[in-house]
Write a protein that binds this ligand. Sequence first.
Ligand SMILES: *[C@@H]1O[C@H](CO)[C@@H](O)[C@H](O)[C@H]1NC(C)=O
Ligand SMILES: *[C@@H]1O[C@H](CO)[C@@H](O)[C@H](O)[C@H]1NC(C)=O
Ligand SMILES: *[C@@H]1O[C@H](CO)[C@@H](O)[C@H](O)[C@H]1NC(C)=O
Ligand SMILES: *[C@@H]1O[C@H](CO)[C@@H](O)[C@H](O)[C@H]1NC(C)=O
Ligand SMILES: *[C@@H]1O[C@H](CO)[C@@H](O)[C@H](O)[C@H]1NC(C)=O
Ligand SMILES: *[C@@H]1O[C@H](CO)[C@@H](O)[C@H](O)[C@H]1NC(C)=O
Ligand SMILES: *[C@@H]1O[C@H](CO)[C@@H](O)[C@H](O)[C@H]1NC(C)=O
Ligand SMILES: *[C@@H]1O[C@H](CO)[C@@H](O)[C@H](O)[C@H]1NC(C)=O
Length: 910
Amino acid sequence: MRCVPLPCFSFHFLLLLLHFPSYTFALCNHHDNSALLLFKNSFVVNPPIEDSFSCSTYSPKTESWTNNTDCCEWDGVTCDTMSGHVVGLDLTCSHLRGEIHPNSTIFQLRHLQKLNLAYNDFSGSPLYSEMGDLINLTHLNLSNSAITGDVPSRISHLSKLVSLDLSYLTMRFDPTTWKKLILNSTNLRELHVEVVDMSSIRESSLLLLMNLSSSLVSLHLHGTKLQGNFPSDILFLPNLQELDLSWNDKLRGQLPKSNWSNPLRYLDLSINNLRGQIPSSLFHLTQLSYLSLSGNKLVGPIPSKTAGLSKLNSLSLASNMLNGTIPHWCYSLPSLLLLDLGDNQLTGSISEFSTYSLEVLHLYNNQIQGKFPESIFEFENLTELDLSSTHLSGPLDFHKFSNLKRLSFLSFSHSSFLSINFDSSVDYVLPNLQYLHLSSCNVDGSFPKFLAQLENLQELDLSHNKIHGKVPNWFHEKLSQSWNNIELINLSFNKLQGDLLIPPYGTRYFFVSNNNFSGGISSTMCNASSLIMLNLAYNILIGMIPQCLGTFPSLTVLDLQMNNLYGSVPGNFSKGNVFETIKLNGNRLEGPLPPSLAQCSKLQVLDLGDNDIEDTFPVWLETLQELQVLSLRSNKHHGVITCFSSKNPFFKLRIFDVSSNHFSGPLPASCIKNFQGMMSVSNNPNRSLYMDDRRYYNDSVVVIMKGQEMELKRILTAFTTIDLSNNMFEGGIPKVIGQLKSLIGLNLSHNGINGAIPHRLSNLTNLEWLDLSWNQLTGDIPLALTNLNYLSTLNLSQNHLEGIIPTGGQFNTYENASYGGNPMLCGFPLSKSCNKDEEQPPHSTFQDDEESGFGWKSVAVGYACGAVFGMLLGYNLFLTAKPQWLVTLVEGMLGIRVKRTNNRARTNRR
Ligand SMILES: *[C@@H]1O[C@H](CO)[C@@H](O)[C@H](O)[C@H]1NC(C)=O
Ligand SMILES: *[C@@H]1O[C@H](CO)[C@@H](O)[C@H](O)[C@H]1NC(C)=O
Ligand SMILES: *[C@@H]1O[C@H](CO)[C@@H](O)[C@H](O)[C@H]1NC(C)=O
Ligand SMILES: *[C@@H]1O[C@H](CO)[C@@H](O)[C@H](O)[C@H]1NC(C)=O
Ligand SMILES: *[C@@H]1O[C@H](CO)[C@@H](O)[C@H](O)[C@H]1NC(C)=O
Ligand SMILES: *[C@@H]1O[C@H](CO)[C@@H](O)[C@H](O)[C@H]1NC(C)=O
Ligand SMILES: *[C@@H]1O[C@H](CO)[C@@H](O)[C@H](O)[C@H]1NC(C)=O
Ligand SMILES: *[C@@H]1O[C@H](CO)[C@@H](O)[C@H](O)[C@H]1NC(C)=O
């Protein structure tokens, strides 16, 4: 409009201007016009299905680009008013799909100053160096546009850049390009390169940014794989207002003690691997409105003094190791909307708040105690409250939450000292509550009535409480009729009775295990085909299993163990299913097994134990390459077990239990020789301790361990056992068993096995228990077995073994019962001494043992380790209390069992 005051314009013209304020002085340059059209035509317009920016609400701007209109009028196009050249192009969310080629006509728009192609789909095209020819660009924005590859070095020709946004592109910056760009583009104010790979940029190159000290205002380096020292100098840039260095977990360092850039308003340093304390100077930045330091390793207290922080909206210090109490200023920040101090080691109580603006309050997983602060009921805009895993105590009147009309997420799970009073005499409504987590918090009595008023529940977790009686009809109705968005229902570990609840379609997680639900599983369950996990275990359900369960496309866990179900195993597992765990043990199912189980190519755990299944060995399961646990124990399986050696049969199997069946013939050497999963002892400290750690479900399995029935609550990846006991196997022990190096338990008892104990068993150096009792074994006990340093339980009784019992190693600890019923055995611990004239074994004296390294010391260590490891397994003796402390203790212990003793284990408790 700079021409308006010039006298050369007539009055009429001025009038025209007033009436048509968007009138442009010059028509579109015709080169630019055709360049734009060709650019448009090099793509298809393809609406995105869904994305974070919700582009689907935008209409494609290029629709208005037609031959017979002036390009300066087109959507997204800005022209220079004098020359008619295109100087600005904003095609954000224009649904463009296709590649940009180096001959693209976009590079002919040499007058461009602002180019925004964000949120399109350029299908992995590289960014061509031709972009560097648009040297008058001040703004370049390609964020989220599926451009890939190296940032071209010619980008440094864009010396007028003020704003560069390459965020969320799978691109890579090499150090030279970075250096040239930073040194040439001296006017940069905004540099946003989230997730661009900057792993080869060293701290020194990064600090070239200090050259931009007079211009740089906003720097986003989220997830750029930066490594090395935390570039704290950046925090001193005098004009810096926004800094995002989050999700760079290879950056190490500490926060500076002083000299922070004063204008800082947005600071995200979450997940950086920062250590040390939070300097109090940080809380003297008066402009601060967003601060996140969560997911670091910060220690010590939260500073107790601040300078106002009147603009602070969001404060997140979660998942550090902060201790001390919540400082007082946290309770009085006038603009605070989000406060997340969860997952730290904070102590003390929560004081009353004096400002009520909070929308999100997370204090979960701290050692906070004392009463629930009543002022929280004044937070009229509160949407999320997470006080789970705290030591809060005293009464809590639940109906007061009905003041909080916007509350959508509420969790008090694992806060077992609180006594929550639901007060069913008052009618109250929580109109927006969607997520309610009240696991393990002492909810007692009948089903909470206020749930009936909830409109739009998505997650309900009432597990591990003492809720008893029937689930009321209104709950059944709500489930089937109103709660259309429900995703998770967890009512397990209560005392609920009556008919089984049926989850509606849409439900993903449904857990009602360990209750007293009775009756059958209705076929309406077939509607819930959206399920990912279904756990109905430990109830008293009877009847048949609906066959449709095998066809659910997303089901990963099907746990129906310990009910009274009869009939057959579901027979119609579909191709491409995603089952990982199927547990039907402890029912009255009958065979034979459906061959469609072989379609479960992702199956890891199959437990069919304790049923009445009558079949031969399902050798067709050998093709399941992920199978780690196979239990067929206590059924009526019969016949000879042979593997046909398809490719890698039972490749990953670690627990193989076919005990208490009617199998016959030789021990299954043809299978055992392929149990690769039991042959290697992994020392990889990074592998997970437990099998498949999942958020809502832990695999468990019942095994006979050291002569007692145990339930492994979670299956350790180091737990490898074979149980072939209580069958009718015959013949010798195959030598190939000696290759199963990682085996920790072997039970061949109660069969008709004969021949000698192979020396090769001494190769099983991880063995903790060995039961060969009640067979027909003959010959000596191999001396080499004294090498088994962890073998704490040995049972060789009721065989025909003879000769001298070896001494040394763990053999000095076994008792009579290990050898009973072998009349021809002699020596310690049996009372029958051996004839002095007989040859003495070499390792019989205490002295020798010491010298050979198998003396009492190593026995003690070995025994202790065996015992500790036994405990570390986190198993529960049936009928004994759950040693929860053991479960806690076990974390982080894998791969170090050899040298650790009880004391050391304790220090690892968190
Ligand atoms: C636009 O004009 C060019 C020639 O000027 C012609 O080739 C093309 O088909 C026209 N496109 C449309 C959509 O009319
Ligand atoms: C541009 O290059 C691509 C690939 O090299 C080619 O397919 C296309 O025809 C070229 N377009 C023009 C207008 O030359
Ligand atoms: C680039 O900007 C300069 C200075 O504003 C101007 O003189 C020149 O004509 C521009 N170049 C193009 C191709 O627009
Ligand atoms: C880039 O464009 C997107 C979409 O228009 C916008 O949200 C973003 O803020 C822009 N980036 C910069 C640095 O302005
Ligand atoms: C810096 O930018 C100018 C102007 O585009 C260009 O001529 C020069 O080659 C650039 N220098 C580098 C090192 O890229
Ligand atoms: C907080 O932790 C630090 C070490 O991380 C320790 O020195 C200090 O004593 C702890 N303070 C409190 C109050 O527990
Ligand atoms: C709640 O939000 C409304 C507008 O969203 C605002 O006017 C009101 O002040 C807020 N309440 C508090 C206590 O901050
Ligand atoms: C296993 O034991 C046998 C016989 O004792 C021995 O020859 C072999 O080397 C051992 N194998 C390994 C891998 O230690």
